[in-house]
Design a protein around this ligand. Structure first.
Ligand code: FES
Ligand SMILES: [Fe+2]
Length: 394
């Protein structure tokens, strides 16, 4: 029988990861690989934090819906005929078939299995041939609903009905990104992303990491964002997200062979903002890479201790898509991004292999990894608080 890794020693030693970056060590490797830790983490993090699932623009019209899943929970987001946006479990309350798949527009969700029918608000409105079933009242049955909040056009949900609102704990980030006007930025709904064989934190930390920029990505596609120009701000202790800015060697730098913005620049950006890139993280799901002419967003959906699925989307200034060369310019951007991302994915996959080794240790940080420390500062108190509750229940 294997011994549980969930114990006071593990959680007390997490203090070392929340120290300042010059003193801190990484989280224990088991936090990235262990199935029991992942189950704990679902309760510590995913059951109570705000989770980004998509963009409000994907569900503009009454009846519009899309589906997603995170930590084994199938979810449908729908705009009701009353115009209200709702997030629900898509699990049929009969025998657990999923009542919706993909995306589209509907007046109701008809479960394909036995045709129980749910309104866009989740209410069960029809259940055929149930008249002889004792004590069955369809009015008592509905798809479970979740809290919803919109932040700069991103839809967040929360499985915890008691969770405090998100936006008040993101005020520093809201002012930082205000000039991008992301609520009005445009971009299509990306195809649902690929499943990757590495822990969700490995992915978030990779996008979070300014240290590797001048090393792994060394070369003309990335050298204009040097690691030594990374800046890590002080943020309020209760912040729900954090960021780093990274100065660029020229104005309006962008990831393509010209090294410069090809698409229209977000019109309200200041000179300072046009001379840097900004990397925003709202754990555990949303990560943004912000440039003068486009914002790449990653929606990281944990799916087990060693897997996640990631949706990768793009936002541009309003009307940028009207440029007759928009598609060609976008292809130039994607070509560079794909090369950079493939370097990251190669590393991410092998980091996960390394984390499984008996020789994986709790490593030290460079000052250029300040955002990893910010992530630890977000994670560790949540882990430690949840451990106290978890322990009390045993
Ligand atoms: S499982 Fe949905 S109607 Fe039976
Ligand atoms: Fe990278």
């Amino acid at each position: 029988m294997t011994r549980s890794i969930l114990n006071d020693t593990l959680f007390n030693a997490m203090d070392l990861s929340a120290l300042s970056v010059d003193e801190a060590v990484t989280l224990a490797p088991e936090c990235y690989t262990d199935a029991e830790f992942y189950e704990f983490e679902k309760e510590a993090v995913f059951n109570h934090e705000w989770l980004c699932v998509g963009r409000e623009s994907w569900v503009q019209q009454p009846g519009d819906y899309f589906t997603t899943h995170i930590v084994d929970e199938p979810i449908v987001i729908a705009r009701g005929l009353d115009g209200v946006l709702r997030a629900m479990s898509s699990v049929c309350q009969h025998r657990a078939m999923l009542v919706a798949e993909g995306a589209g527009n509907a007046r109701a969700f008809v479960c394909p299995y036995h045709h129980w029918t749910y309104g866009l608000d989740g209410a069960l409105v029809n259940a055929p041939a149930m008249g002889k079933t004792c004590n069955f009242d369809r009015k008592n049955i509905a798809l479970p609903t979740f809290q919803v909040e919109i932040w700069h056009g991103f839809i967040f949900i929360n499985f915890d009905p008691e969770a405090a609102p998100l936006a008040p704990r993101l005020s520093s980030l809201s002012s930082l990104i205000a000039n991008y006007d992301l609520a009005n930025a445009e971009g299509p709904r990306p195809e649902p992303g690929e499943r990757h064989p590495w822990n969700w934190k490995v992915m978030l930390e990779n996008n979070n990491d300014g240290y590797h920029a001048s090393r792994l990505h060394q070369g003309p596609l990335h050298d204009f964002v040097p690691s030594e120009q990374a800046v890590f701000p002080e943020l309020p202790a209760d912040t729900a997200g954090y960021y780093r800015t990274n100065g660029t060697l020229h104005k309006d730098a962008s990831f393509n062979a010209t090294q410069r913005a090809l698409l229209p620049v977000f019109p309200d950006l200041s000179e300072e903002e046009r001379n840097r890139m900004t990397f925003v993280n709202i754990p555990p799901t949303l990560s943004l890479v912000m440039m003068s002419d486009m914002v790449i967003y990653l929606i990281i959906r944990a799916e087990g201790p060693e897997h996640h699925t990631m949706d990768t989307g793009l936002l541009v200034a309003p009307d940028a898509t009207k440029d007759p060369s928009y598609e060609h310019k976008l292809q130039m951007n994607w070509a560079a991004s794909e090369e950079i991302i493939s370097q990251d994915f190669h590393v991410d996959e092998l980091v996960q292999v390394g984390l499984r080794s008996r020789h994986a240790i709790r490593g030290r940080y460079s000052w250029q990894e300040g955002a990893q420390q910010a992530f630890n500062g977000w994670l560790v108190p949540r882990y430690q608080k949840a451990w106290q509750q978890w322990r009390a229940r045993k």
